[in-house]
Design a protein around this ligand. Structure first.
Ligand SMILES: *Cc1c(COP(=O)(O)O)cnc(C)c1O
Length: 425
């Protein structure tokens, strides 16, 4: 669910008219809804609290990579949300947005020694170790500081899932996590070191997962491993269940609810007496954002194909080009009349710069505004300045007020990042 609705025919973000925001800021731009972020986090928090007996003082840590805008993070941080991070930059963003270190989890397959040191100094809640070689490096870094950070071992349960092969992370050939058969020995090795404190296990098997079965399989694998480790006398007090639950990009109504998902987790963890952690990214942010773009021209060919050429390109919204993602596209002010199939394309000089084929939309003309729905996660964060297009700006709405929370750089600001080599002066 989201808070982008029509008022007198014109699409609004909460009580703010999108046409007015686009007029003031220029297009393309992203617009986020505070009410949607708040509602999604609230539903998650309620579900977790309803299952406190099984899940303990569960942490909900927003996966920062889904939408790392500082105002979005600050909105969630004020509600008590934590952060799942995958780089020093993301830890810095989370801290700057007001997420306390004790609610920050540090994940990722390729953390450098410098990043591990930074995370230890920042006092993050937990470092999720993804390989044996990383454990060795972490032990060395922690030893040099006289520290003993709390860690979880990220297990690869050989259950890959997700909306596309390119967003699956838990399969046997995926680069993420420690193979399940190696994880217990690694955990024991960590427990034997005075320089790390293993507290639990983690998993994250993929993204845009639309059924509970693969997630339940992965959670059960963590449960089994917890019991096996305890038989060896090893303490396991936290299970980090990752993120990955999908959202209805196609308007599907059969996706698992947050309540069903958390309820399933509670049933699997029942009686284990662990503290759970969840790392939702897409689920909190996707439907909280839209990408607004204007029609540059309608290019009607003699063969009947009609290209709706937009001023947003794959550099602004990469998901369709990157993994064939579907976004619902709607006219911000709907005109009556014939609808016709359009191919929605951007201006970028790449054949993959196509957002959708043969989409039925109301009649559109140059200058009309369209909204890509469900663009709040993995949208602006993946944007680039390819084709020397200024980085797409972001706006946050709260009720009838709105603010530019990332501005579009001027061309001079873009050039200033590229000082001329001295010999070209
Ligand atoms: C990307 C990621 C998430 C969030 O995934 P969503 O599908 O957006 O919920 C959670 N945990 C880890 C470790 C991730 O890499």
């Amino acid at each position: 669910m989201h808070h982008f609705d029509r008022i007198d025919g014109a699409l609004h973000a909460e009580a703010a008219p999108l046409e007015a925001i686009a007029g003031a800021v220029g297009t393309p731009l992203y617009v986020y809804s505070t009410a949607t972020l708040t509602r999604h986090y609230g539903l998650f928090r309620e579900a977790v609290e309803a299952h406190r007996a099984a899940l303990g003082e569960a942490l909900i840590a927003f996966a920062v990579k889904a939408n790392s805008n500082l105002s979005v993070l600050a909105t969630l941080a004020r509600l008590g949300c934590g952060a799942d991070t995958v780089s020093e930059g993301e830890i810095r963003r989370a801290l700057k947005a007001g997420v306390p270190g004790r609610r920050i989890v540090f994940s990722g397959v390729g953390k450098t020694d410098a990043e591990l040191a930074f995370a230890i100094d920042a006092g993050v809640r937990q470092i999720n170790v993804e390989s044996a070689v990383e454990l060795d490096r972490l032990i060395a870094v922690a030893a040099s500081k006289g520290a003993a950070p709390e860690i979880a071992v990220r297990v690869n349960p050989k259950i890959g899932a997700g909306g596309h092969a390119k967003i699956t992370t838990g399969g046997a050939t995926d680069k993420f996590g420690v193979p399940a058969e190696e994880a217990p020995a690694l955990y024991a090795r960590a427990a034997a070191s005075p320089h790390v404190t293993p507290v639990g296990l983690a998993c994250h098997i993929g993204s845009q997962i639309t059924t509970l079965e693969p997630l339940e399989g992965a959670f059960r694998a963590l449960r089994q491993m917890t019991l096996a480790l305890r038989v060896e006398g090893l303490a396991v007090s936290r299970l980090d269940l990752g993120g990955g639950l999908g959202v209805p990009y196609h308007g599907q109504t059969d996706l698992p609810s947050i309540e069903a998902y958390v309820g399933m987790a509670a049933r699997v963890l029942e009686g284990l007496e662990v503290e759970a952690a969840f790392e939702p990214g897409r689920l909190l942010a996707a439907n909280a954002g839209v990408l607004l773009s204007r029609v540059v021209q309608v290019n009607a060919r003699s063969d009947g194909r009609r290209f709706l050429v937009l001023d947003a390109g794959m550099n602004d919204l990469m998901r369709p080009a990157l993994y064939d993602a579907f976004h619902d596209v709607v006219a911000v002010c709907e005109r009556a009349g014939d609808t016709g199939p359009y191919d929605l394309v951007g201006p970028i000089c790449e054949s993959t710069d196509v957002f959708a084929r043969e989409r039925v939309l109301p009649p559109l003309e140059a200058g009309d505004l369209v909204a890509f729905m469900g663009a709040g996660a993995y949208g602006a964060v993946l944007a680039s300045e390819y084709n020397s297009r200024p980085l797409v700006p972001e706006v946050l709405v709260d009720g009838d007020r709105w603010a530019v929370v990332r501005s579009r750089p001027t061309y001079d600001e873009m050039w200033a990042r590229e000082p001329a080599a001295g010999w070209l002066g």
